[in-house]
Design a protein around this ligand. Sequence first.
Ligand SMILES: Cc1ncc(COP(=O)(O)O)c(C=O)c1O
Length: 389
Amino acid sequence: MSSQLPPQESIASVRARRAHSIKWRRYGPDILPAWVADMDFPPPQLALEAGIALLNSGDTGYPSPDLVTNYEAAYRAWALENFGTKPNTLRTVADVVAALRIIVLATTDPGAGVIVMTPSYPPFFGVVQDAQRRLVSVPMRADGRDYRIDMERLESAATDPNTQAIILCNPQNPTGRVFTGTELTEIANLADRRGLIVIADEIHQDLRGPEVRHIPFSSLEHPSALRAVVLSSPSKSFNIAGLKVAHIELPSDPELRARIESSPLLPLSQATPLGLAVGAHAYQSEYGWLVEVRERIDENFALVSKGLGDLDCLALYDREGTYLQWAKIERLPPDQSAYSFLLEKAHVAVGPGEDYLPGSTSHFRLNLAAWPSTVEHLIERMHDALSSI
Ligand SMILES: Cc1ncc(COP(=O)(O)O)c(C=O)c1O
């Protein structure tokens, strides 16, 4: 198979090409950005051309339903090929976070408890609170270099009859865990016993390390799967977050499904024609691009482990999925967080730990979807700074 990615791109070239990206624009030119979750790799060229064709023909008015039908068919084929699953009814939407808000509002009552396992993708906290639901944070257990679901804590959070849903992020941002069939079944059992709706954000489903299998929650043979709502998108997999396309896989349960379908907010979150066209092409034809990207990302994790793994002030947690390295700095200087230390001393911008794990300033999240030369610079800068601790 011919290579679909250029072999390398310099930091200066990425910075110039990504002139309108928040990742590269938030900080000054002396800072190397490794924070927000998008990739420095350009999306697959032929997928982009599906969007360019729409623009070139000036066919930019209200889209006809065939764009949605085509996208859904492409995703169904992708799900069958990659996960061996046949998704339920799909609804396309603009993005996963908007969809999550719609689902929380439609499926839970005002004031109900919604469980979020921490550390967590920060917008989950905001979605629950903005929807006037009660945020029930349940910490995962850090076991050495690994994060595990704390079933005892989940169980006790779920005993409150007012707790109605759990937001499950799998693959998990920021820890990089990809939950096993056993773990998912434990969640499903709990949800069934306590009457919880599982809202599964599977946006990172295509980004996994070697030999790691993703199991869509809706594919479990379990009563909880019939009541689960699964959210996903080609936006992380193919680096098209700005094009606005995602989908909701509706639950089979007719009552829940009707609640979602009658949400007045659903028609307000529409996927764009560009997103539908590019996303459909990517699902149809760009598996090879994704495989190359995954290999690059795996190599980057190996580089980081080799370059920073020997520092005894740094804990790097094992990653199974996503392109995000979750980490912790021990013995930080007083009044410094991992984020401020790395920004000031290494000139690297990471995701601040406290955003994902309120109260923890020693953790941070590093985005490794970058060219190897960028990652080597990151390692060098971080190694120099951390060696001084
Ligand atoms: C777990 C998770 N969900 C949702 C999103 C955002 O998705 P969208 O841009 O479709 O709202 C991200 C982005 O990083 C994410 O990591």
